[in-house]
Design a protein. Structure first.
Length: 123
């Protein structure tokens, strides 16, 4: 793609197996995960007894992300190092997204990639 790399952060509801929130960005930093989290809470309200599980990427370990999680009353869960099964559900979604959308297309612009991801997730 001529516009460079793109990144996707999303929140998957394990019960419904649906992506409830996502953020598409040109940068991989804490803002992408904070925006996905904010969108999820706007859509879902403030449900009780929620656990959010992530990998140990820097954006998920940032002070602002941890503070936001605590402010929403959500419990954090991280994959243990060396555990290949900790992110199995989301990795399955990654595989489907790559095989059915990303590997089949060449996106000329960021905007076209963003629209394709929107259509894939929302339809």
């Amino acid at each position: 793609m001529q516009d460079g790399w793109c990144y996707l952060a999303y929140i998957l509801d394990l019960h419904s197996q649906k992506i409830i929130s996502y953020e598409f960005s040109r940068r991989l930093d804490e803002s992408i995960v904070l925006n996905a989290l904010d969108k999820a809470t706007l859509k879902q309200g403030k449900p009780k007894n929620v656990i959010i599980h992530t990998n140990r990427g820097n954006q998920y370990l940032s002070r602002n992300y941890i503070k936001s999680i605590e402010n929403y009353g959500v419990k954090r869960s991280y994959t243990t190092k060396g555990n290949p099964y900790g992110n199995a559900v989301i990795e399955s979604f990654h595989a489907i997204l790559r095989k059915e959308e990303i590997y089949r297309n060449i996106y000329q612009t960021y905007k076209k990639a963003n629209l394709a991801i929107f259509e894939f997730i929302e339809s």
